[in-house]
Design a protein around this ligand. Structure first.
Ligand code: ZN
Length: 349
């Protein structure tokens, strides 16, 4: 039995940092573990032009505690929030200037702060055509928002109704289907060829939908896409640990202050950053796939994004530790995923 795991420093290909005090509280959890992070643009207002993304990137870098191990190398990769009125020239300029790594597509009203999202793919086709020419990835929140579609079916319906037609229209567009949660998504991405990939969160590898209702309603386990049946969780575990380069790490760590979760209408989002890498390691060990952990965490993502792999290494040791109960202060405190639970892999200092 191995007691250490050493791998190239991983990247988180999907994370929410928020802004201001929340940013300062949560950023170290990610920067301590990951070399790069694809930063979601769903601030209020959304990060939808080059100037806003550049300014947000500067606020992130300024929020890094200089004494934090890894802080000096941490690189936020910025995304452009796609709206019905996004100008293709603005996206191209952000790409050329090294500000935009990718563009994020939220169907309007799909999740937290997505009110400015896309109402109809037809309206953004000029942007998407331009991105296909540039080889610039489109990051997709893959859920339909039609209230007639059951919340547990929205991802699978999105694939047939939106994603597959889009890929037929624009086969050269490079797409990441973010935070996949279903066996349908796994099957679609597995057979999707080189221009299609998917991120998988730590929490969707650990919980199924029963966890949300275990002994009472568990608001800290509510996220979108919502966790699905057990058969879907097992499909995600097979995909993540398969070695298929189309699947890579993206935590979708999404902090919400406790009062906005523990309320009559709580926000969607699971904050996994304080232990995400360690939880993924548990999953890979349980699946007897630690030999494929580095590919998922550190190699497949850069390959799809056409970025160099990280040269530095991180080490996890088999050492029991307790995940933090809380991150952040006062009104902004956030309860992390698996708060207070014992984890068996620990990041070496
Ligand atoms: Zn997200």
């Amino acid at each position: 039995m191995t007691d250490t795991i050493t791998l190239r420093r991983p990247d988180d290909w999907h994370v929410h940092f928020r802004d201001d005090a929340m940013l300062r509280a949560v950023l170290p959890c990610t920067a301590r573990r990951f070399a790069r992070a694809v930063v979601m643009p769903n601030l209020v207002p959304p990060v939808s032009d080059v100037a806003a993304a550049r300014a947000y990137r500067e606020r992130i870098v300024a929020a890094l505690p200089p004494e934090l191990p890894g802080a000096a190398e941490f690189t936020p990769l910025m995304t452009c929030y796609l709206t019905d009125t996004t100008d293709p020239a603005e996206v191209a300029r952000g790409h050329a200037e090294g500000v935009f790594t990718a563009v994020k597509l939220y169907p309007a009203h799909a999740t937290t702060h997505s009110a400015h999202g896309v109402t109809d793919i037809d309206r953004v086709m000029p942007v998407l055509e331009h991105m296909a020419g540039l080889g610039m990835p489109l990051l997709v929140h893959g859920e339909v928002t039609d209230p007639d579609v059951d919340v547990f079916d929205r991802e699978a319906v999105f694939i047939g109704r939106v994603l597959d037609p889009l890929r037929r229209r624009l086969p050269d567009l490079r797409i990441v289907l973010e935070h996949v949660t279903t066996e349908e998504a796994v099957a679609y991405v597995s057979g999707g060829g080189p221009n299609l990939a998917a991120t998988i969160t730590a929490h969707h590898l650990v919980i199924n939908r029963n966890a949300i209702f275990a002994g009472g309603i568990r608001p800290h386990l509510y996220c979108l896409p919502i966790a699905k049946r057990e058969k879907h969780r097992l499909a995600l575990r097979r995909a993540a640990t398969s070695g298929n380069p189309a699947f890579f790490l993206g935590t979708d760590s999404a902090p919400h202050a406790v009062p906005t979760k523990e309320t009559a209408c709580g926000c969607a989002g699971i904050f996994s950053a304080p232990a995400a890498l360690e939880i993924y390691a548990e999953v890979f060990e349980e699946e007897a796939a630690l030999d494929r952990f580095e590919a998922f965490a550190s190699l497949n993502g850069p390959k799809f994004y056409r970025l160099p792999v990280n040269e530095r290494r991180v080490t996890l040791r088999r050492e029991a530790w307790t995940a933090p109960q809380s991150v952040g202060e006062g009104d902004l405190a956030v309860q992390p995923f698996r708060a207070g639970e014992t984890l068996r892999w620990r990041l070496a200092s």
